[in-house]
Design a protein around this ligand. Sequence first.
Ligand SMILES: [Fe+2]
Length: 195
Amino acid sequence: MTLAAEGGLARELMMPWGVDIDLAEGAMAQPDRVLTRRASAMAGYYRDAAALDALIRAGDPVHYEVFEKTVPEAYGHLLLCVSKLYPGKVGDEYFFTKGHYHTVSGTAETYLCLRGQGLMLMKTASGLCEAAPMCRGRLVYVPPHWAHRSVNTGGEPLISLCVYPADAGHNYGDIESEGFPQRIVESQGKAVICT
Ligand SMILES: [Fe+2]
């Protein structure tokens, strides 16, 4: 079934759907796709490469997972996923996600934190940077053109429900080469931002 031509393109008519999300646990029931990143996928990201190597040798634990519902990666759709970042440190640095810009740079994203404690690091190519607190019930709005990385500073998984335009795409390469100007480390039992 197709809708009337919209912007010159006939579109498939998708039927409405729903998904159950356990708000206390931060778990999505029956995701269509699960992205798993182990410690070994994070080579080059942490300052203490030896500490990361030791973690990999000790069993290469899962670093974070993304649970997704599948929608067409096309203009007009919204992609919905649950991001689960496990607690831990590499050296004195708290576990974080790779971080990315969106390939379609002018697209935003919302992160509604369901569980855990942490920070959302954000930066622009022009040199702006922000660190937004994340805790249960807090929504962080990542505006267009801001790269974003979650950092788990707590003792349990940091879980967020993320929504963004389905055609946004992920540009990991620029962060792989640039990194983020801020790092979150443990110092005297507390999470501190260092540059
Ligand atoms: Fe994103």
